[in-house]
Design a binder for this molecule. Structure first.
Ligand code: MN
Length: 271
């Protein structure tokens, strides 16, 4: 008996024409019916932003490729609510041109597309490829890894509110040493903003200057990729830090309320 092919939604933040999304589309077509809904141009570092001030339009470029003049999050929302016939079985975002590790994931449109899918109730993974020493990218190995992880997610599902952030080292398939489950690493930001002077003598600023420096800590996404492993970081969309509850409860919360002119409501306490 032939089981039904899964419906796979693919998006990214590098734009619908990026080599990474094409590699992903082609590789995932071997395991399911792929629909691509992606920004019409590069929207890297768009984070989880939505377009609210102007209308957005979708253009069908081919039977199953649609470009949207919006952010990655717009693309996912539009795909789920209007463009797809039914909810996809999985959403795969990427393959991003460049790793998305550590604090960088909070800026990433690639990860945000997976976040939006997670919020809308579909299992999602974000896949990014490390830049090689020549500054370019070969998506072959990363696309195969994305396919295999997608198959596993399709088979097993993911817990509610959890997405997988996958980073692939810039190595050919046979040189990849394995997969590590990791936590987010920490980048040391140096010379992050370059200040220059424009022809009219006024300063301008360019964000994303010099080189990246990472603190070397065990079990992080950065260390895994640097050691030649694929990194999978499970990301929870509940950003609450439960460990800090006790700390905040030690603050003078009543005096904050009272200093702001409010009353402290003790009902329900110490009865
Ligand atoms: Mn990008």
């Amino acid at each position: 008996m032939q089981s039904e092919r899964p419906c796979i939604l693919v998006s990214n933040d590098d734009g619908v024409d990026a080599a990474g999304i094409k590699a992903l589309h082609s590789e995932l077509s071997s395991i399911g019916n792929v629909t691509v809904v992606a920004p019409d141009r590069e929207r890297s570092a768009a984070s989880h932003s939505l377009t609210l001030q102007v209308p957005i339009r979708a253009h069908r470029l081919s039977e199953n490729v649609i470009s949207v003049d919006g952010t990655p999050t717009d693309c996912i929302m539009l795909a789920f609510k209007n463009l797809l016939e039914s909810k996809p079985d999985i959403v795969v975002s990427g393959i991003n041109r460049g790793a998305n590790m550590g604090d960088d994931i909070t800026y990433s449109g690639t990860v945000a597309a997976a976040m939006e899918a997670t919020l809308l109730g579909a299992p999602a993974i974000a896949v990014s490829l490390e830049r090689n020493s020549n500054g370019d990218y070969d998506y072959t190995a990363a696309a195969r890894i994305a396919r295999e992880i997608s198959l596993e997610v399709l088979k097993r599902g993911l817990p509610d509110g959890i997405l997988l952030n996958v980073n692939v080292p810039s190595l050919p398939s046979e040189k990849i040493r394995g997969i590590k489950i990791t936590r987010l690493g920490k980048q040391v930001y140096e010379d992050l903003i370059i200040e220059q002077t424009d022809p009219r003598g006024k300063p301008y600023y360019w964000i994303g200057g010099q080189q990246e420096t990472w603190s070397i800590e065990p079990n992080t996404d950065y260390t895994a990729v640097a050691d030649g492993f694929v990194s999978i970081t499970p990301i929870h969309l509940d950003l609450t830090d439960y460990r800090t509850f006790a700390l905040l409860e030690g603050w003078e919360l009543d005096s904050i309320t009272e200093a702001a002119g409010g009353k402290t409501d003790r009902q329900g306490e110490d009865t």
